[in-house]
Structure formats: structure tokens, C-alpha cells
Ligand binder design. Sequence first.
Ligand code: UGA
Length: 428
Amino acid sequence: MSYSISIVGLGYVGIVHAVGFANLGFKVVGYDIDEVKVERFKKGDPVIYEEGLNEYLERALADGKLELTDEIDYAVSGTDVTFVTVGTPSLPDGGVDLSQIISASKAIGRSLKLKDRWHLVVIKSTIPPGVTEGLIARILEEESGMKAFTDFGLAYNPEFLREGRALKDFFKPDRIVIGVRDERSRDVLLDIYKPIEAPKVITTPIVAELSKYASNVFLAVRISLANEIGGVCKALGVDCYEVLNIVGLDHRIGPHYLRAGLGFGGSCLPKDLKAFIKIAEKLGVKARIAKAALDVNEEQPRKVIKLLEKHLGDLKDRRIGVLGLAFKPGTDDVRESRGLEVVRLLLERGAEVYVNDPKAMEKVKGVLEDQVKLIPSPQDLVDSVEAIIIATEWPEYENLDYRGKIVIDGRRIEKARREARVYEGLCW
Ligand code: UGA
């Protein structure tokens, strides 16, 4: 059977799933509360930069497989399955802000009341263990007057998309995790994911919820451990990439997430690590390793500044260039970006800061414009400053002329390493 699918919340995860399912042939209705965004999607504007999203969005619209709306009743009542992909950002104390999940659940519950057919609600947003079967089930039941897992289906199905590769990850994931209580929800989700070849793990919602945090915590810990080993390597005058290459050849360890440097940013690893620490604390469990991973990560940008000061002394009024503001290449996302943190530290020291990013300049315009100089050409930036910090490993930065320059490299750009007059790698 072919199901029709609604997606509630067209942030980055939501729009990727909307076009992904539409391109698998499902009829999809994408809903967002933000009318302006909905209008942009309708016109084929993907709103965010994500490889392939443009083409997939255009195709889904042209084939009539994707409809967009700012009316939630229309989205839910006209479809069989609703995926919830609203944001669950960090609270100031590191806990999880569930306000969007709560309001989406209320609205979906009210829409369910209007339906005379069984409906499946699938939560995709990252949420603490227990929230699907606890808070969300309760709200849906209260608003709809129906019973979860019998009158309507409810499941937790985490996403493991990497920004910049999100569509590839959608069509070719390492695994699909289906957290369910009732057979009908399980069968519908298995049907929906049938076209995607991947191991499918059937489990309970709470296991599925925790597996998402555990995965991101694990990745964050690997990066921070690589950075800690990198610190020791740097102190010994050793190249940590040589050491970690040897480590990664052990099949029990593997080569991934061992790239030492400025550390991890983005909307997920830092947020989920902090949330995991909070979740553990509430349970009376000590999250020592997760906390240490966060500490190491916060220290990496400060180390860059120290290396710069070693060569330039006081940074007040010095012209410093930062190459890279996106939290990683292939995206325009600057959330928790290590590059922005470096900029902040430089401004704190009174430096004159020049910045470049191939994709993220628009994103920082409103925020940074008055404080830094935005330089559209990376070579112009390199040519106009006293020293350069590399904060994102954009391929473009492998083609610049670094001769005669002072470079502090947080991401290992080989050409800079070969050419710069003074070159300091963060962990090498
Ligand atoms: C991460 C996870 O990789 C996804 O599996 C997950 O679905 C997603 O979070 C999420 O929870 O939604 P993403 O935030 O797109 O994906 O970013 P990653 O590609 O994992 O990179 C995160 C950060 O770690 C970047 O700043 C990157 O530069 C840094 N990193 C990554 C390193 O410093 N070293 C490495 O070896 C790898």
C-alpha cells in the first residue's frame, strides 16, 4: 500500500524528509508554521544550502508529489502518517527545550480528533528517553480523546542525517531504527521504509530515543579524544594525523571521526552532548566522559588564539583573517560553529577581524557585519591580513596562495602547510 505522509516542521530535517519521501514516490504534505518559509518552498527555493536539495525539491514539486501548507489540519487530516520534525533546541542550562514538540503534539492531537481513520504519528525530533510514550502520548490522547497505540499509532524513529550529506544519508542510511509498541505502527513503518535498503532495527520508543543521543555522544567523544591525543602530539612535536592514521587502521577502532582540529560544532553534537549530560544528571548517573568531551571541545578555539599570540604577541588592532564560518564544509549552517567562536575570541582581544566563507556569509551578515569585515574572496582575505586562522576545511582553501603568510590551521589544509612562512597546525 502507498501511504500519504505529512511532515510537521520544515527545518533542515523536515524538508530533507519531505523531498526524500516525495522522491520515493509517496504523496507528501509538508507543513510549517512559518508562512514565509512555506511560500519559498512552494516556489522551489530550498531555503537552506544542502547538496542536491534544490534538484530534489524541484522534482518533487514538478511531479506533484510534494504539497506545502501552513495549515496543520489540512496536513494531518489529508494523510495517513505524520512525521514530526520540529526543533528541540538547547535550554540555557543544556536541557532540552520541548516547547515546539508540545505545541506540535497539541495541534496534531486536535487534528486527529477530526479524523475517522487510523493515523500514525512518528516522532523524529531528538527528544529525551521516555518523552514519546510519556509526554507526547499524553498530549495526543488528551487532545484527540483517543488512546495511543490502539486508536492511533505512535512511534519514535530517529534520524541520523549529516548536514551536507543529508539526502545521501536519507536514501542510504547505515540503519533505520523503528521504536514502536504496537504491530500496526511497526508494519506501516516497515512498509514506508521498504524501498530503502538498510538494516532495520525494531525496538521500543525509549531505546530508539536513547540510541540517538548515544550515537552523537559517541561521535563527540571520539573527536575530543582525537583532539586530546592531538594535544599530546603537538607538545611532542609529532603529527597526530600520522598517529591517528595508525590507530584508525585497527578494525576495532576504524578511521572515522578521528580528524583532530578545532573540534565539533553544528546544531547536533554540542546540543545532544549537553542534553545527555543533563539526562544522566537527572538520573543520578555521572556523565564524566561526556563532560570531558565538552571541556576538550571548548578548549580547542582557545588553543588557536594562544598559538596566534605566540607569533604575534598582543592581538589588539592586529589584522587577523578567519577562513571558514560554517561549522563544517558543505553547509551554510553556522550554529555552534568553531569559526565563530574563534572570531568571538579575537574580537574580545581587540583584533581587527576579516572573515570569509564560501556559503555562510549571508548567514552571518546580520550578526557580525558591524564587528568584522566580510571578504567575498578568500585570496583577498589572505592577502590583506597579518595572520590567517583556518576554521573550516572548505576545498576552496586548498587552492589559495599562502606564501609568505602566518597560518594557524585548525583543520589541516595541506597547501597552507606546505607554503606558509609560519605554519602552526593545532594538533600537528
Ligand atoms: C551529526 C551526526 O554525524 C549525524 O549522524 C546526526 O544525525 C546529526 O549530527 C544530528 O543529530 O542531526 P552533523 O551535525 O551534520 O551530524 O555533523 P558531523 O558531520 O557529524 O560533524 C560535526 C562536527 O564535528 C563538525 O563541526 C565537524 O567539523 C566535526 N568533526 C567531525 C571533527 O572535528 N572531526 C571529525 O573527525 C569529524
